[in-house]
Ligand binder design. Sequence first.
Ligand code: GTP
Ligand code: MG
Length: 139
Amino acid sequence: MTTNRTFTMIKPDAVANGHAGKILDHIIQAGYKVVALKYTHLSAEKAGEFYAVHSERPFYKDLVEFMISGPIYAAILEKDNAVEDFRKVIGATNPSEAEAGTIRNLFAKSIDANAIHGSDSDENAAIEGNFFFAENERF
Ligand code: GTP
Ligand code: MG
């Protein structure tokens, strides 16, 4: 188990707004090592699969449409207690509820366009990392 790793995406809103570099720096300054990094544009099929856990939720269609609206950065990150600490670094799902200094507080505008994704468990961190990266793309 890679319990010291989490997975993130810098979402299309943050990339389009020119915040990707600042967000990546924020993550590194928070103590994370970038193990893998990819600039990519999700297909509808891939985005639907990634967020399949939300497929019955009313916001699912909007979520998939948003996630394919532009390119993203995907990354695997490493640090002690990576998953739990990263949720604190990104802040609440709704940026209006995100604590001051968190990435969503600093860079997100709405619950739909909330700048960044962070895995919610060690198990999902591994699944999500494997979704984007082969073993020989991790350093
Ligand atoms: P991710 O890191 O993107 O997974 O966000 P999260 O873990 O903070 O939230 P969650 O996994 O519950 O939801 C996934 C995404 O769906 C969120 O990032 C939001 O963009 C969107 N979302 C979640 N709940 C709502 C909601 O009640 N309304 C709307 N419009 N969007 C929501
Ligand atoms: Mg989530």
